[in-house]
Design a protein around this ligand. Structure first.
Ligand code: UD1
Ligand code: CA
Length: 525
Protein backbone atom coordinates (compact mmCIF):
# COMPACT_ATOMS: atom_id res chain seq x y z
CA UNK A 1 0.00 0.00 0.00
CA UNK A 2 1.28 3.44 -0.84
CA UNK A 3 2.76 5.08 2.22
CA UNK A 4 1.99 8.75 2.47
CA UNK A 5 3.29 11.21 4.97
CA UNK A 6 1.12 14.16 4.09
CA UNK A 7 -1.60 13.85 6.68
CA UNK A 8 -3.91 16.70 7.61
CA UNK A 9 -2.13 19.96 6.92
CA UNK A 10 -1.17 21.66 10.19
CA UNK A 11 1.42 24.15 9.04
CA UNK A 12 3.68 22.69 11.71
CA UNK A 13 7.40 23.20 11.38
CA UNK A 14 10.40 22.04 13.30
CA UNK A 15 11.20 24.55 16.02
CA UNK A 16 14.68 26.06 15.97
CA UNK A 17 17.20 23.73 17.54
CA UNK A 18 19.24 26.22 19.55
CA UNK A 19 18.22 24.61 22.86
CA UNK A 20 18.34 21.12 24.25
CA UNK A 21 14.89 19.98 25.11
CA UNK A 22 13.18 17.28 27.11
CA UNK A 23 9.49 16.59 26.73
CA UNK A 24 7.59 15.12 29.68
CA UNK A 25 4.06 13.84 29.11
CA UNK A 26 1.98 13.15 32.21
CA UNK A 27 -0.08 10.04 31.65
CA UNK A 28 -0.21 8.17 34.95
CA UNK A 29 -3.69 9.22 36.03
CA UNK A 30 -6.61 6.84 35.96
CA UNK A 31 -9.25 9.03 34.43
CA UNK A 32 -11.87 7.69 36.81
CA UNK A 33 -14.75 9.47 35.18
CA UNK A 34 -14.14 7.73 31.87
CA UNK A 35 -15.44 4.58 33.64
CA UNK A 36 -13.32 2.41 31.42
CA UNK A 37 -11.00 -0.58 31.53
CA UNK A 38 -8.86 1.38 29.11
CA UNK A 39 -6.57 4.00 30.65
CA UNK A 40 -7.86 7.45 29.75
CA UNK A 41 -4.88 8.43 27.61
CA UNK A 42 -5.45 5.37 25.38
CA UNK A 43 -8.94 6.36 24.32
CA UNK A 44 -9.01 7.00 20.57
CA UNK A 45 -9.89 10.24 18.89
CA UNK A 46 -9.91 10.39 15.08
CA UNK A 47 -6.88 8.27 14.40
CA UNK A 48 -4.74 8.70 17.48
CA UNK A 49 -5.07 8.03 21.15
CA UNK A 50 -5.22 11.01 23.48
CA UNK A 51 -1.56 10.53 24.36
CA UNK A 52 -0.77 9.98 20.68
CA UNK A 53 -2.19 13.42 19.90
CA UNK A 54 -0.11 14.99 22.64
CA UNK A 55 3.08 13.31 21.41
CA UNK A 56 2.30 14.46 17.86
CA UNK A 57 1.85 18.04 19.09
CA UNK A 58 5.29 17.86 20.73
CA UNK A 59 7.02 16.16 17.79
CA UNK A 60 8.17 19.32 15.99
CA UNK A 61 10.18 20.30 19.08
CA UNK A 62 12.60 17.57 18.05
CA UNK A 63 13.30 16.91 21.73
CA UNK A 64 16.46 15.10 22.71
CA UNK A 65 14.38 12.98 24.96
CA UNK A 66 10.70 12.28 25.55
CA UNK A 67 9.61 10.84 28.88
CA UNK A 68 6.07 9.59 29.42
CA UNK A 69 5.02 9.15 33.04
CA UNK A 70 2.85 6.03 33.27
CA UNK A 71 0.94 4.60 36.22
CA UNK A 72 -2.62 3.42 35.79
CA UNK A 73 -2.70 0.75 33.10
CA UNK A 74 1.08 1.13 32.80
CA UNK A 75 1.52 -2.07 30.80
CA UNK A 76 -1.11 -1.07 28.28
CA UNK A 77 0.30 2.42 27.95
CA UNK A 78 3.86 1.09 27.59
CA UNK A 79 2.75 -1.33 24.86
CA UNK A 80 1.02 1.48 23.02
CA UNK A 81 4.07 3.74 23.28
CA UNK A 82 6.30 0.97 21.93
CA UNK A 83 4.07 1.00 18.88
CA UNK A 84 3.56 4.70 18.24
CA UNK A 85 6.60 6.34 19.86
CA UNK A 86 9.38 3.82 20.39
CA UNK A 87 11.81 6.67 21.01
CA UNK A 88 9.86 7.74 24.12
CA UNK A 89 10.89 6.48 27.55
CA UNK A 90 8.08 5.34 29.80
CA UNK A 91 8.75 6.06 33.48
CA UNK A 92 6.61 4.48 36.17
CA UNK A 93 4.92 6.59 38.80
CA UNK A 94 3.62 3.76 40.96
CA UNK A 95 1.46 6.01 43.11
CA UNK A 96 -0.19 9.12 41.73
CA UNK A 97 0.94 11.65 44.27
CA UNK A 98 0.36 14.67 42.06
CA UNK A 99 1.59 16.34 38.90
CA UNK A 100 4.63 17.79 40.70
CA UNK A 101 5.59 14.35 41.94
CA UNK A 102 5.14 12.96 38.43
CA UNK A 103 7.51 15.53 36.92
CA UNK A 104 10.04 14.91 39.70
CA UNK A 105 10.06 11.19 38.84
CA UNK A 106 10.40 11.98 35.14
CA UNK A 107 13.40 14.22 35.77
CA UNK A 108 15.00 11.59 38.01
CA UNK A 109 14.92 9.32 34.99
CA UNK A 110 16.39 12.10 32.84
CA UNK A 111 19.08 13.14 35.26
CA UNK A 112 21.35 14.55 32.57
CA UNK A 113 18.65 16.74 31.02
CA UNK A 114 19.72 20.29 30.30
CA UNK A 115 17.97 23.26 28.71
CA UNK A 116 14.21 23.32 28.43
CA UNK A 117 11.72 20.87 29.88
CA UNK A 118 8.31 20.92 28.23
CA UNK A 119 5.58 19.33 30.35
CA UNK A 120 2.25 18.40 28.81
CA UNK A 121 -0.77 16.82 30.49
CA UNK A 122 -1.60 13.63 28.62
CA UNK A 123 -5.26 14.50 28.10
CA UNK A 124 -5.23 17.62 25.90
CA UNK A 125 -5.58 16.12 22.43
CA UNK A 126 -6.58 19.28 20.56
CA UNK A 127 -3.29 20.96 21.32
CA UNK A 128 -1.62 22.09 18.08
CA UNK A 129 2.08 21.68 17.35
CA UNK A 130 2.20 25.38 16.46
CA UNK A 131 0.98 26.33 19.92
CA UNK A 132 3.52 24.16 21.73
CA UNK A 133 6.22 25.59 19.47
CA UNK A 134 5.11 29.18 20.17
CA UNK A 135 5.08 28.51 23.92
CA UNK A 136 8.59 27.07 23.84
CA UNK A 137 9.96 29.81 21.60
CA UNK A 138 8.48 32.52 23.84
CA UNK A 139 9.91 30.81 26.90
CA UNK A 140 13.38 30.38 25.46
CA UNK A 141 13.34 33.84 23.90
CA UNK A 142 12.61 35.46 27.25
CA UNK A 143 15.00 33.23 29.19
CA UNK A 144 12.13 32.60 31.59
CA UNK A 145 12.43 30.15 34.47
CA UNK A 146 8.94 28.88 33.69
CA UNK A 147 6.21 29.66 31.19
CA UNK A 148 2.65 28.40 31.42
CA UNK A 149 0.16 28.11 28.58
CA UNK A 150 -3.03 29.89 29.64
CA UNK A 151 -6.40 30.45 28.03
CA UNK A 152 -9.53 32.50 28.64
CA UNK A 153 -12.37 30.01 28.81
CA UNK A 154 -16.12 30.47 29.05
CA UNK A 155 -16.37 27.94 31.89
CA UNK A 156 -13.29 27.50 34.08
CA UNK A 157 -14.91 24.98 36.44
CA UNK A 158 -12.45 22.45 37.85
CA UNK A 159 -9.37 24.08 36.36
CA UNK A 160 -6.38 25.86 37.88
CA UNK A 161 -6.66 29.66 37.72
CA UNK A 162 -3.97 32.10 36.64
CA UNK A 163 -3.64 34.63 39.47
CA UNK A 164 -2.00 37.88 38.36
CA UNK A 165 -0.83 40.82 40.44
CA UNK A 166 -1.96 44.42 39.97
CA UNK A 167 0.66 44.85 37.27
CA UNK A 168 -0.68 41.84 35.35
CA UNK A 169 2.30 39.64 36.22
CA UNK A 170 1.75 36.02 37.16
CA UNK A 171 1.64 35.60 40.91
CA UNK A 172 0.69 31.98 41.24
CA UNK A 173 -1.56 29.26 39.89
CA UNK A 174 -4.30 28.17 42.24
CA UNK A 175 -6.36 25.00 41.91
CA UNK A 176 -10.11 25.50 42.00
CA UNK A 177 -10.53 23.46 45.18
CA UNK A 178 -7.95 25.64 46.93
CA UNK A 179 -9.21 28.92 45.46
CA UNK A 180 -11.05 31.77 47.14
CA UNK A 181 -14.40 32.91 45.76
CA UNK A 182 -12.68 35.84 44.06
CA UNK A 183 -10.09 33.56 42.46
CA UNK A 184 -12.80 31.22 41.22
CA UNK A 185 -14.27 34.11 39.26
CA UNK A 186 -11.08 34.25 37.16
CA UNK A 187 -11.65 32.82 33.70
CA UNK A 188 -8.02 32.63 32.70
CA UNK A 189 -6.97 29.05 33.31
CA UNK A 190 -3.87 26.89 33.34
CA UNK A 191 -3.98 24.63 30.28
CA UNK A 192 -1.59 22.10 31.81
CA UNK A 193 1.19 22.76 29.28
CA UNK A 194 4.43 24.36 30.41
CA UNK A 195 8.03 25.12 29.55
CA UNK A 196 10.67 25.22 32.28
CA UNK A 197 14.35 25.83 32.65
CA UNK A 198 15.40 22.45 33.98
CA UNK A 199 17.77 23.66 36.70
CA UNK A 200 15.28 26.04 38.25
CA UNK A 201 12.50 23.49 37.85
CA UNK A 202 14.45 20.83 39.75
CA UNK A 203 15.18 23.30 42.47
CA UNK A 204 11.51 24.30 42.88
CA UNK A 205 10.24 20.71 42.67
CA UNK A 206 12.41 19.93 45.69
CA UNK A 207 10.48 22.54 47.67
CA UNK A 208 6.91 21.45 46.84
CA UNK A 209 4.60 20.79 49.75
CA UNK A 210 1.46 18.70 49.92
CA UNK A 211 -0.33 21.34 51.90
CA UNK A 212 -3.44 21.53 49.73
CA UNK A 213 -6.94 20.13 49.50
CA UNK A 214 -5.80 16.94 47.74
CA UNK A 215 -2.60 16.43 49.74
CA UNK A 216 -0.69 16.15 46.45
CA UNK A 217 2.48 17.70 45.08
CA UNK A 218 1.18 20.23 42.57
CA UNK A 219 3.37 21.08 39.62
CA UNK A 220 1.48 24.35 39.49
CA UNK A 221 2.96 25.41 42.84
CA UNK A 222 6.34 25.66 41.10
CA UNK A 223 5.16 28.99 39.66
CA UNK A 224 4.44 30.59 43.04
CA UNK A 225 7.77 29.31 44.37
CA UNK A 226 9.70 30.76 41.43
CA UNK A 227 7.90 34.12 41.70
CA UNK A 228 8.77 34.28 45.42
CA UNK A 229 12.40 33.56 44.57
CA UNK A 230 12.37 36.48 42.14
CA UNK A 231 12.75 34.27 39.08
CA UNK A 232 11.20 35.45 35.79
CA UNK A 233 8.04 33.50 34.95
CA UNK A 234 5.77 34.09 31.99
CA UNK A 235 2.28 33.38 30.77
CA UNK A 236 1.72 32.47 27.13
CA UNK A 237 -1.91 32.88 26.19
CA UNK A 238 -3.31 30.41 23.66
CA UNK A 239 -4.98 32.07 20.69
CA UNK A 240 -7.78 29.53 20.73
CA UNK A 241 -8.91 28.15 24.08
CA UNK A 242 -10.40 25.09 22.37
CA UNK A 243 -6.88 23.71 22.03
CA UNK A 244 -6.51 23.55 25.77
CA UNK A 245 -9.64 21.53 26.44
CA UNK A 246 -8.97 18.44 28.50
CA UNK A 247 -10.97 15.27 28.57
CA UNK A 248 -12.40 13.85 31.76
CA UNK A 249 -15.35 11.76 30.66
CA UNK A 250 -16.88 10.31 27.51
CA UNK A 251 -19.20 13.24 27.03
CA UNK A 252 -16.20 15.55 26.85
CA UNK A 253 -14.42 13.05 24.62
CA UNK A 254 -17.33 13.17 22.17
CA UNK A 255 -17.29 16.97 22.27
CA UNK A 256 -13.55 16.98 21.54
CA UNK A 257 -14.13 14.57 18.68
CA UNK A 258 -16.61 16.94 17.08
CA UNK A 259 -14.24 19.87 17.51
CA UNK A 260 -11.36 17.95 15.99
CA UNK A 261 -13.58 16.76 13.15
CA UNK A 262 -14.46 20.35 12.33
CA UNK A 263 -10.82 21.40 12.42
CA UNK A 264 -9.69 18.53 10.20
CA UNK A 265 -12.56 19.01 7.76
CA UNK A 266 -11.97 22.72 7.47
CA UNK A 267 -8.28 22.15 6.78
CA UNK A 268 -9.07 19.68 3.98
CA UNK A 269 -11.67 21.94 2.40
CA UNK A 270 -9.12 24.75 2.38
CA UNK A 271 -6.69 22.53 0.50
CA UNK A 272 -9.26 21.88 -2.23
CA UNK A 273 -11.16 18.79 -1.10
CA UNK A 274 -14.96 18.84 -1.37
CA UNK A 275 -16.81 17.64 1.71
CA UNK A 276 -20.49 17.59 0.85
CA UNK A 277 -21.64 17.24 4.45
CA UNK A 278 -18.83 18.06 6.88
CA UNK A 279 -21.05 17.38 9.89
CA UNK A 280 -21.27 13.69 9.02
CA UNK A 281 -17.75 13.29 7.64
CA UNK A 282 -15.17 11.90 10.07
CA UNK A 283 -11.60 11.96 8.84
CA UNK A 284 -8.76 10.67 11.00
CA UNK A 285 -5.83 13.05 11.35
CA UNK A 286 -3.67 10.37 9.71
CA UNK A 287 -5.63 10.32 6.43
CA UNK A 288 -4.41 12.00 3.23
CA UNK A 289 -6.66 13.47 0.57
CA UNK A 290 -5.69 14.88 -2.79
CA UNK A 291 -7.10 18.03 -4.27
CA UNK A 292 -10.52 17.68 -5.90
CA UNK A 293 -11.34 14.49 -4.05
CA UNK A 294 -15.03 14.50 -3.14
CA UNK A 295 -16.32 13.05 0.11
CA UNK A 296 -20.08 12.64 0.37
CA UNK A 297 -22.09 12.45 3.56
CA UNK A 298 -21.92 9.87 6.32
CA UNK A 299 -18.38 8.85 5.55
CA UNK A 300 -15.56 7.77 7.83
CA UNK A 301 -11.98 7.78 6.58
CA UNK A 302 -9.64 6.12 9.02
CA UNK A 303 -6.04 5.21 9.66
CA UNK A 304 -3.74 5.30 6.67
CA UNK A 305 -6.50 5.90 4.14
CA UNK A 306 -5.56 7.94 1.07
CA UNK A 307 -8.04 9.32 -1.45
CA UNK A 308 -6.74 10.46 -4.81
CA UNK A 309 -7.66 13.44 -6.91
CA UNK A 310 -11.09 13.40 -8.49
CA UNK A 311 -12.14 10.31 -6.57
CA UNK A 312 -15.66 10.28 -5.12
CA UNK A 313 -16.14 8.53 -1.80
CA UNK A 314 -19.56 8.22 -0.17
CA UNK A 315 -22.25 8.59 0.82
CA UNK A 316 -22.24 5.98 3.58
CA UNK A 317 -18.70 4.72 3.23
CA UNK A 318 -16.16 3.59 5.81
CA UNK A 319 -12.56 3.24 4.65
CA UNK A 320 -9.87 1.96 6.98
CA UNK A 321 -6.24 1.93 5.78
CA UNK A 322 -7.51 1.95 2.21
CA UNK A 323 -5.98 3.65 -0.81
CA UNK A 324 -8.43 5.03 -3.37
CA UNK A 325 -6.86 6.01 -6.67
CA UNK A 326 -7.57 9.11 -8.73
CA UNK A 327 -11.01 9.21 -10.29
CA UNK A 328 -12.25 6.12 -8.49
CA UNK A 329 -15.74 5.87 -6.99
CA UNK A 330 -16.69 4.18 -3.75
CA UNK A 331 -20.37 4.23 -2.90
CA UNK A 332 -22.10 2.89 0.27
CA UNK A 333 -19.33 0.43 1.06
CA UNK A 334 -16.89 -0.74 3.74
CA UNK A 335 -13.20 -1.32 3.08
CA UNK A 336 -10.30 -2.32 5.30
CA UNK A 337 -6.72 -2.54 4.07
CA UNK A 338 -7.80 -2.43 0.43
CA UNK A 339 -6.55 -0.70 -2.69
CA UNK A 340 -8.93 0.76 -5.24
CA UNK A 341 -7.16 1.57 -8.47
CA UNK A 342 -7.51 4.70 -10.60
CA UNK A 343 -10.99 5.01 -12.07
CA UNK A 344 -12.19 1.81 -10.40
CA UNK A 345 -15.73 1.64 -9.05
CA UNK A 346 -16.90 0.02 -5.82
CA UNK A 347 -20.42 -0.52 -4.55
CA UNK A 348 -23.05 0.21 -3.69
CA UNK A 349 -22.84 -2.27 -0.81
CA UNK A 350 -19.44 -3.81 -1.35
CA UNK A 351 -17.11 -5.12 1.33
CA UNK A 352 -13.38 -4.95 0.59
CA UNK A 353 -11.26 -6.83 3.10
CA UNK A 354 -7.49 -6.75 3.64
CA UNK A 355 -5.43 -7.04 0.46
CA UNK A 356 -8.35 -6.64 -1.88
CA UNK A 357 -6.58 -4.90 -4.75
CA UNK A 358 -8.56 -3.48 -7.61
CA UNK A 359 -6.56 -2.41 -10.64
CA UNK A 360 -7.34 0.52 -12.88
CA UNK A 361 -11.00 0.75 -13.91
CA UNK A 362 -11.92 -2.51 -12.24
CA UNK A 363 -15.47 -2.81 -10.95
CA UNK A 364 -16.68 -4.41 -7.75
CA UNK A 365 -20.41 -3.96 -7.53
CA UNK A 366 -23.38 -4.67 -5.35
CA UNK A 367 -23.16 -7.18 -2.50
CA UNK A 368 -19.69 -8.29 -3.46
CA UNK A 369 -17.05 -9.23 -0.89
CA UNK A 370 -13.38 -9.29 -1.91
CA UNK A 371 -10.50 -10.51 0.26
CA UNK A 372 -6.80 -11.01 -0.50
CA UNK A 373 -7.43 -10.88 -4.23
CA UNK A 374 -6.40 -8.93 -7.27
CA UNK A 375 -9.11 -7.78 -9.62
CA UNK A 376 -7.36 -6.91 -12.88
CA UNK A 377 -7.62 -3.74 -14.92
CA UNK A 378 -11.11 -3.32 -16.33
CA UNK A 379 -12.27 -6.62 -14.82
CA UNK A 380 -15.80 -6.71 -13.43
CA UNK A 381 -17.40 -8.43 -10.47
CA UNK A 382 -20.73 -6.64 -10.67
CA UNK A 383 -23.09 -8.49 -8.35
CA UNK A 384 -23.55 -10.85 -5.40
CA UNK A 385 -20.18 -12.56 -5.34
CA UNK A 386 -17.48 -13.68 -2.93
CA UNK A 387 -13.93 -13.29 -4.21
CA UNK A 388 -11.37 -14.76 -1.82
CA UNK A 389 -7.70 -15.55 -2.49
CA UNK A 390 -8.07 -14.97 -6.20
CA UNK A 391 -6.20 -13.42 -9.07
CA UNK A 392 -8.59 -12.11 -11.69
CA UNK A 393 -7.05 -11.07 -14.99
CA UNK A 394 -7.65 -7.84 -16.83
CA UNK A 395 -11.05 -7.48 -18.50
CA UNK A 396 -12.39 -10.72 -17.04
CA UNK A 397 -16.11 -10.76 -16.32
CA UNK A 398 -17.34 -12.53 -13.22
CA UNK A 399 -21.06 -13.28 -13.41
CA UNK A 400 -23.53 -12.66 -10.62
CA UNK A 401 -23.38 -15.01 -7.65
CA UNK A 402 -19.98 -16.42 -8.50
CA UNK A 403 -18.31 -17.84 -5.42
CA UNK A 404 -14.57 -18.33 -5.16
CA UNK A 405 -14.51 -21.38 -2.94
CA UNK A 406 -11.20 -20.80 -1.19
CA UNK A 407 -11.43 -22.72 2.05
CA UNK A 408 -11.43 -26.48 2.51
CA UNK A 409 -12.02 -26.28 6.24
CA UNK A 410 -8.28 -26.35 7.01
CA UNK A 411 -6.39 -24.46 4.32
CA UNK A 412 -7.03 -21.57 1.97
CA UNK A 413 -6.35 -22.04 -1.75
CA UNK A 414 -6.01 -19.66 -4.66
CA UNK A 415 -8.02 -19.33 -7.83
CA UNK A 416 -6.69 -17.73 -10.98
CA UNK A 417 -8.98 -16.38 -13.67
CA UNK A 418 -7.16 -15.39 -16.85
CA UNK A 419 -7.39 -12.24 -18.86
CA UNK A 420 -10.78 -11.64 -20.50
CA UNK A 421 -12.16 -14.90 -19.15
CA UNK A 422 -15.93 -15.04 -18.76
CA UNK A 423 -17.48 -16.71 -15.75
CA UNK A 424 -21.20 -17.41 -16.02
CA UNK A 425 -23.57 -16.68 -13.19
CA UNK A 426 -23.95 -18.83 -10.11
CA UNK A 427 -20.63 -20.54 -10.59
CA UNK A 428 -18.43 -22.03 -7.89
CA UNK A 429 -14.71 -21.87 -8.62
CA UNK A 430 -13.33 -24.49 -6.27
CA UNK A 431 -9.72 -23.62 -5.45
CA UNK A 432 -7.03 -24.43 -6.22
CA UNK A 433 -8.14 -23.99 -9.79
CA UNK A 434 -7.27 -21.97 -12.85
CA UNK A 435 -9.49 -20.66 -15.61
CA UNK A 436 -7.31 -19.79 -18.59
CA UNK A 437 -7.19 -16.57 -20.53
CA UNK A 438 -10.23 -16.05 -22.71
CA UNK A 439 -11.95 -19.17 -21.37
CA UNK A 440 -15.67 -19.35 -20.63
CA UNK A 441 -17.41 -21.08 -17.77
CA UNK A 442 -21.06 -21.95 -18.17
CA UNK A 443 -23.54 -20.49 -15.72
CA UNK A 444 -24.36 -22.75 -12.81
CA UNK A 445 -21.10 -24.72 -12.98
CA UNK A 446 -18.98 -26.01 -10.11
CA UNK A 447 -15.44 -25.80 -11.47
CA UNK A 448 -12.79 -27.86 -9.69
CA UNK A 449 -10.51 -28.61 -12.63
CA UNK A 450 -8.51 -26.15 -14.66
CA UNK A 451 -10.22 -24.75 -17.75
CA UNK A 452 -7.67 -24.30 -20.58
CA UNK A 453 -7.41 -20.93 -22.35
CA UNK A 454 -10.22 -20.43 -24.80
CA UNK A 455 -12.16 -23.53 -23.66
CA UNK A 456 -15.65 -23.71 -22.21
CA UNK A 457 -15.86 -25.23 -18.74
CA UNK A 458 -19.23 -26.61 -17.85
CA UNK A 459 -20.58 -28.92 -15.17
CA UNK A 460 -24.28 -29.00 -15.51
CA UNK A 461 -26.78 -31.84 -15.00
CA UNK A 462 -29.16 -32.22 -17.93
CA UNK A 463 -32.50 -30.52 -17.35
CA UNK A 464 -35.74 -32.45 -17.34
CA UNK A 465 -39.19 -30.92 -17.56
CA UNK A 466 -41.97 -33.10 -16.20
CA UNK A 467 -45.07 -32.20 -18.10
CA UNK A 468 -48.24 -31.52 -16.09
CA UNK A 469 -46.52 -31.75 -12.74
CA UNK A 470 -48.11 -28.62 -11.33
CA UNK A 471 -51.60 -29.58 -12.33
CA UNK A 472 -51.15 -32.97 -10.66
CA UNK A 473 -49.16 -32.00 -7.57
CA UNK A 474 -50.31 -28.43 -6.90
CA UNK A 475 -53.89 -28.34 -8.07
CA UNK A 476 -55.87 -25.25 -7.24
CA UNK A 477 -52.83 -23.06 -6.74
CA UNK A 478 -52.22 -19.75 -8.49
CA UNK A 479 -49.45 -21.53 -10.39
CA UNK A 480 -51.77 -24.23 -11.61
CA UNK A 481 -54.33 -21.66 -12.68
CA UNK A 482 -51.70 -19.62 -14.50
CA UNK A 483 -50.45 -22.73 -16.27
CA UNK A 484 -53.98 -23.59 -17.26
CA UNK A 485 -54.55 -20.12 -18.69
CA UNK A 486 -51.33 -20.47 -20.63
CA UNK A 487 -52.79 -23.59 -22.11
CA UNK A 488 -49.76 -25.58 -21.12
CA UNK A 489 -51.05 -27.42 -18.09
CA UNK A 490 -50.77 -30.83 -19.61
CA UNK A 491 -48.34 -30.95 -22.44
CA UNK A 492 -46.11 -29.33 -24.95
CA UNK A 493 -43.39 -27.80 -22.78
CA UNK A 494 -40.55 -29.95 -24.03
CA UNK A 495 -41.69 -29.44 -27.55
CA UNK A 496 -41.54 -25.69 -27.17
CA UNK A 497 -38.05 -25.91 -25.73
CA UNK A 498 -36.75 -27.15 -29.03
CA UNK A 499 -37.39 -23.67 -30.42
CA UNK A 500 -36.56 -21.86 -27.23
CA UNK A 501 -36.43 -18.13 -27.26
CA UNK A 502 -33.33 -16.19 -26.21
CA UNK A 503 -32.46 -16.64 -22.55
CA UNK A 504 -34.44 -19.80 -21.97
CA UNK A 505 -32.55 -22.77 -20.61
CA UNK A 506 -32.06 -25.78 -22.79
CA UNK A 507 -31.39 -29.23 -21.48
CA UNK A 508 -28.73 -31.22 -23.19
CA UNK A 509 -25.05 -32.00 -23.31
CA UNK A 510 -22.19 -29.59 -22.99
CA UNK A 511 -22.18 -28.61 -26.64
CA UNK A 512 -25.82 -27.56 -26.45
CA UNK A 513 -25.32 -25.28 -23.48
CA UNK A 514 -25.22 -21.64 -24.43
CA UNK A 515 -23.26 -19.94 -21.72
CA UNK A 516 -22.95 -16.70 -23.61
CA UNK A 517 -26.61 -15.99 -23.15
CA UNK A 518 -27.30 -18.05 -20.05
CA UNK A 519 -24.39 -16.48 -18.26
CA UNK A 520 -24.18 -13.18 -20.00
CA UNK A 521 -27.65 -11.90 -19.36
CA UNK A 522 -26.76 -11.19 -15.76
CA UNK A 523 -23.01 -11.29 -15.84
CA UNK A 524 -22.57 -7.96 -17.52
CA UNK A 525 -24.09 -4.61 -16.63
C1 UD1 B 1 -4.20 20.04 36.20
C2 UD1 B 1 -3.60 21.32 36.80
C3 UD1 B 1 -4.61 22.44 36.61
C4 UD1 B 1 -4.92 22.62 35.15
C5 UD1 B 1 -5.42 21.30 34.57
C6 UD1 B 1 -5.55 21.44 33.08
C7 UD1 B 1 -2.22 20.55 38.65
C8 UD1 B 1 -2.09 20.46 40.11
N1 UD1 B 1 -3.36 21.11 38.18
O1 UD1 B 1 -5.33 19.75 36.95
O2 UD1 B 1 -4.08 23.65 37.13
O3 UD1 B 1 -5.90 23.62 34.98
O4 UD1 B 1 -4.48 20.25 34.83
O5 UD1 B 1 -6.18 20.32 32.54
O6 UD1 B 1 -1.34 20.14 37.94
N2 UD1 B 1 -0.96 12.89 36.41
C9 UD1 B 1 0.10 12.03 36.63
N3 UD1 B 1 0.44 11.74 37.90
C10 UD1 B 1 -0.20 12.26 38.97
C11 UD1 B 1 -1.27 13.15 38.74
C12 UD1 B 1 -1.62 13.45 37.45
O7 UD1 B 1 0.70 11.53 35.70
O8 UD1 B 1 0.18 11.94 40.09
C13 UD1 B 1 -1.33 13.22 35.03
C14 UD1 B 1 -2.73 12.82 34.65
O9 UD1 B 1 -2.74 11.54 34.08
C15 UD1 B 1 -3.12 13.88 33.64
C16 UD1 B 1 -2.31 15.09 34.05
O10 UD1 B 1 -1.28 14.61 34.90
O11 UD1 B 1 -2.76 13.53 32.33
C17 UD1 B 1 -3.13 16.12 34.82
O12 UD1 B 1 -3.64 15.50 35.96
P1 UD1 B 1 -5.11 15.77 36.45
O13 UD1 B 1 -5.35 15.01 37.68
O14 UD1 B 1 -6.05 15.60 35.33
O15 UD1 B 1 -4.97 17.32 36.84
P2 UD1 B 1 -6.13 18.34 36.90
O16 UD1 B 1 -6.85 18.19 38.18
O17 UD1 B 1 -6.91 18.30 35.67
CA1 CA C 1 -7.42 16.91 34.00
Amino acid sequence: MAARLSAVPTGARVVSQSHLRTVVVLAAGEGKRMKSALPKVLHPLLGRTLVGHVLAAAAPLAADRTVVVVGHGADQVRAHLAEIAPQATPVLQAEQLGTGHAVRIALDAASDATGTVVVINGDVPLLRPETVAALVEAHEGENAAATVLAAEVPDPTGLGRIVRDAGGRLERIVEERDASAAQRAIREINAGIYAFDVTRLRDALGKLSTDNDQGEEYLTDVFGLLVSAGEPVAVHVAADHVETLGCNDRVELAALRRLLRDRVNEAWMRTGVSLLDPDTTWIDVTVALDRDAVVDQNTQLRGGTVVGTGAVVGPDVTLVDTVVGPGATVLRSHAVGAEVGPGATVGPYAYLRPDARLAEKAKVGTFVEVKNSEVGAGAKVPHLSYVGDATIGAKANIGAATIFVNYDGVNKHRTTVGEAAFIGCDTSLIAPVEVGAGAYVAAGSAISQDVPPGALGVTRAPQRSIDGWVARKRPGTASAEAAERAGRAGEGVSARAAGASEGEAIHGDAEAVRPASGAGDTATE
